[in-house]
Design a protein around this ligand. Sequence first.
Ligand SMILES: Cc1cc2nc3c(=O)[nH]c(=O)nc-3n(C[C@H](O)[C@H](O)[C@H](O)COP(=O)(O)OP(=O)(O)OC[C@H]3O[C@@H](n4cnc5c(N)ncnc54)[C@H](O)[C@@H]3O)c2cc1C
Length: 492
Amino acid sequence: MLLLEAGPRDTDFWIHVPLGYGKLFARTDVNWAYESEPEPALNDRRIFTPRGKVLGGSSSINGLVYIRGQREDFDGWAVPGWGFDDLLPYFRKSEDQSRGADPWHGVGGPLAVSDLPRHELCDAFIASAMALGIPRNDDFNGATQEGTGYYQATASRGRRCSTAVGYLRPAEKRPNLRIEVDALATRIHFRDRRAVGIEFRKKGEVHTVRAGEIILCGGAFNSPQLLQLSGVGPRALLERHGIPVVHDSPGVGADLQDHFYVRTFWRCRKPITLNDDMMSLRRMALVGLRYFLFRQGPLTVSAGHAAAFVRTRPDLKRPDAQLYFINFSSAKRGGVLHRHSGFTCAVSQLQVESRGSVHLRSADPAAAPAIRYNYLATENDRRVMIEGLKLVRRIVNTAPLRDYVRAEYLPGPGVQGDSEWLDYCRGMGETVFHPTSTCRIGAVVDEKLKVKGLRGLRVIDASVMPAVPSGNINAAVIAIAEKGADLVKEDA
Ligand SMILES: Cc1cc2nc3c(=O)[nH]c(=O)nc-3n(C[C@H](O)[C@H](O)[C@H](O)COP(=O)(O)OP(=O)(O)OC[C@H]3O[C@@H](n4cnc5c(N)ncnc54)[C@H](O)[C@@H]3O)c2cc1C
C-alpha cells in the first residue's frame, strides 16, 4: 500500500503543541494557505483558507475542538448505512475518551479526547449563559448537544492527537505500507473507466504507480480538484481547461458547504487572559515553563475553550448556532494578540443552507483551485448569524461575565440594528474551516464511497458528506474514515 502526501512529515514542533495551531495558520510549508474567490456577500473579500499540507492533513494544524454534530445531521443525510446509529459505533471505535467509556464514548481507540483546563473567564461565560436559561451541558457529544460548558480537545497529556499521531504512526510499522511525503498526486490514470494508476510529482520528477484501488482523501478542496484534473467532473469545466473527459460528473466540486464564523472582541477588566500573559516577558516565560515541565497551562488549550450550542429561535427543535468562547483576542487569527486584556466570543451557524463550489482555475495541478463559499446566500443563514451575535452580546452583558468586561471592543455601540449586525458579518466574517460536500454521497460517490460511473476509485474524506454536520467536523471525518476502512475491507 502506498500513501501519497503532498506535504512533509509532521515533525514541526508547533504541530504537537495544542495552542501551536496559531503558529501554523499561515505557514505555507505545512499549509495550502488558499484564498477564496471574492465573496459576493462579504464585500467581495477573499477569505483566507488554511488547510493542512503535512502528514495528518488538517488534523495536524486544526484547533483540536472535539465535536461530533447532532443526530439529526446524519439522519438528515438520508443515506442508508450513514445515519447516526450507523456512525455512533465508529465514533466510539475511533475514540480514546479520557473520562472513560459510556454508551456515547469509547476508550482505547486511536483518537485521544480529553478535558481542557478550567478558567475563571470560561466559568463566568458558562454561568452567564445559564443565567439566560441556556442549560449546562458537560458533554456536547453525549445525549444532547444543546447547552453550555467546556469543549473537549483531541489531545492527550498536553499534546495534539492528529490522525498522523493516532492512526498513521502505529500503521507505519506494518511492512505493507509505504509513505511518500512531498509527493503531489497530479493525475489518476484510467483504462476502460477503471482507475489503474496514479501520477505524482516529487522533487521535480514525475512518477507513475499502478494501483488496484485508489482512495482519494485530499479533503474537500483537493479531492474534487484531483478528480477534475483527471477528467472526472463537469464536462464544460473540463473542456474549458482542455482536459479529456473520462466521466462527466457535474457534482464533482459542486455543493461546497462550510461554517461561517464571526468574532466579537471584549476588553477585560482583570489581567487573566492570554493577552496579558503575552504582554509580560515574565508571564510568557512562566507559560512556557509550565508547558515544558508539566504539559499544563494556556499552551494546552484548543481553538475554543468554552461554548454554547443554542437555538436562536425558541420554536426550533435543536441548536442552530455554536458560540465559541476564547480566552484571548487578536485582530487576525494566528496573528499577534491585542495589546490589552481581552477575550473573544464568536458565532457560527450550524445548519448552513448556502452552497458554493470548488473548480479548477487552471489545468496545472500545482495551481490552487477556485473556491467559492457563497456565504450568507439565504435569508435563514443571514438571520441565524444576526440572532447569534445579539445573543453573544446579551450573554457577555449578563452577570457574572459582565463584571469582567471593561468595554465592548468590537463591534462596539455603533452596531445595534439587524442591518448593522449584517454589515458587521459582511465585513468581519470568515471561515471556521469546515468545508464539505464537494464529492457528496449520492451525487459523486455511492454509499460505499465508490466514485459512481467508474471502477477502482473511492473518495474517503470530508468531501463525501452530503451536508456539513452541526459543529466542528474532524470527529465526523474520522468516523467516516473508520466506516470507509470497513467498506474497503469488506470488498477485499
Ligand atoms: C485551521 C483549521 C482549524 C480547524 N479546527 C478544527 C477543530 O478545532 N475541530 C474540528 O473538528 N475540525 C477542525 N478543523 C477541520 C478539520 O481538521 C478538517 O475538516 C479535517 O481534518 C478534514 O479532513 P480531510 O481528511 O477531509 O482533509 P485534510 O485533513 O485536509 O487532509 C487532506 C490531506 O491530503 C493531502 N493532499 C491534498 N491534495 C493532495 C495531492 N494532490 N497529493 C498529495 N496529497 C494531497 C493534504 O496535504 C492533506 O494532508 C480545522 C481545520 C483547519 C484547517
